[in-house]
Write a protein of this length. Structure first.
Length: 314
């Protein structure tokens, strides 16, 4: 592996998941692999799980970790090649990335979309500039369009909770929210589910279609009740509109998951990447109930990050 920005960087998904399971059983087996190696984590946006789980994974591998919350503590970065920097930006990404590569052996970058221009966000300008100018491997800590470390942890969590001979039915269902959120988590989850041995369904209100680039091969419906029928896993997530880019058009039907709606499922497990706005996006009684996997997903972020770092260090 030379970088990790999407599922396309993984050669064999089953092998990676098995190796992540092995790491979970013995997380310190490779404690010498990262000796005298440095991981640099650059955050342009807030984070709780990604930052801490990736740091923990690096520490399990014996790496040193340096973190910069660049939007708060660093110089404002210029992303345009050839820019005349007579405005607010102080440092060009090509300089920052080149210098990071001197300080670090692996670099992680978190760069959310602005949700103003579809073309700009889906071009992945920020992540691509780091990929272009870093001379060491780059990991996406969630980019404008994808969150691959989250999806790797999610696939691991589903594997851990499924031991029947037939494929599980996995439903990604849109949920209400009070503000516009990126499409990165659902795009990414969809990509990874399509390549997994599952029956995958996406349910969303009209107007909330995701980009077909990431959903080709999924069953897509605007009927949440139909989608939930006999589901084994229900992944709850809000996202803003891709079509009316970044907007949150009014949804008349009630898309909030309830215990009543869950009765149609096969006693399904409930997933969410977190953070979650309780009782807006997902109810307390479901989040705190026996079928919730949300803390297991968060724990598995460590092993997802660790297998990726291990592959890059090798
Ligand atoms: N799920 C996730 O990426 O969490 P953070 O935004 O807190 O890192």
């Amino acid at each position: 592996m030379e970088k990790f920005t999407s599922i396309k960087d993984i050669k064999n998904l089953d092998e990676i998941i098995q190796q992540a399971c092995d790491i979970k059983i013995n997380p310190h087996a490779d404690a010498a692999l990262g000796k005298n190696k440095t991981l640099g984590l650059i955050f342009m946006n807030p984070s709780f799980r990604t930052r801490l789980s990736t740091q923990k994974a690096a520490m399990n591998l014996g790496m040193n970790v340096i973190v910069l919350n660049i939007s708060q503590e660093g110089w404002k970065l210029e992303m345009q090649d050839g820019a005349v920097m007579n405005g607010e930006t102080v440092e060009h990404v090509k300089d920052a990335a080149a210098i990071l590569s001197v300080y670090c052996d692996v670099v992680g970058v978190r760069c959310f979309p602005e949700l103003k221009s579809k073309e700009m966000d889906y071009s992945e300008q920020v992540l691509n500039q780091f990929l272009k100018h870093c001379k060491c491997p780059v990991i996406s800590l969630e980019s404008a369009t994808l969150h691959p470390l989250q999806s790797l942890a999610d696939v691991l969590t589903i594997k851990e909770n499924w031991n029947r001979p037939h494929k599980p039915k996995v439903v990604l269902t849109w949920a209400p929210h009070i503000k516009a959120l990126p499409q990165a988590v659902p795009n990414s989850f969809s990509e990874w589910m399509i390549q997994s041995d599952v029956d995958f369904v996406i349910a969303h209100p009209e107007g909330y279609e995701l980009s077909s680039e990431f959903t080709e091969g999924a069953t897509i419906t605007t009927d949440q009740d139909q989608a939930l029928l006999n589901a084994d896993f229900v992944y709850v997530k809000n996202w803003s509109s891709y079509t009316n880019y970044g907007e949150m058009s009014l949804v008349k039907e009630d898309w909030l998951l309830t215990p009543e709606k869950m009765k149609a499922t096969n006693n399904a497990k409930i997933m969410h990447c977190l953070p979650v706005r309780r009782n807006i996006e997902l109810l307390d009684e479901l989040l705190d109930g026996p079928n919730s996997l949300v803390y297991q997903q968060a724990e598995n972020r460590i092993y997802a990050a660790q297998i990726v770092l291990k592959q890059l260090l090798k």
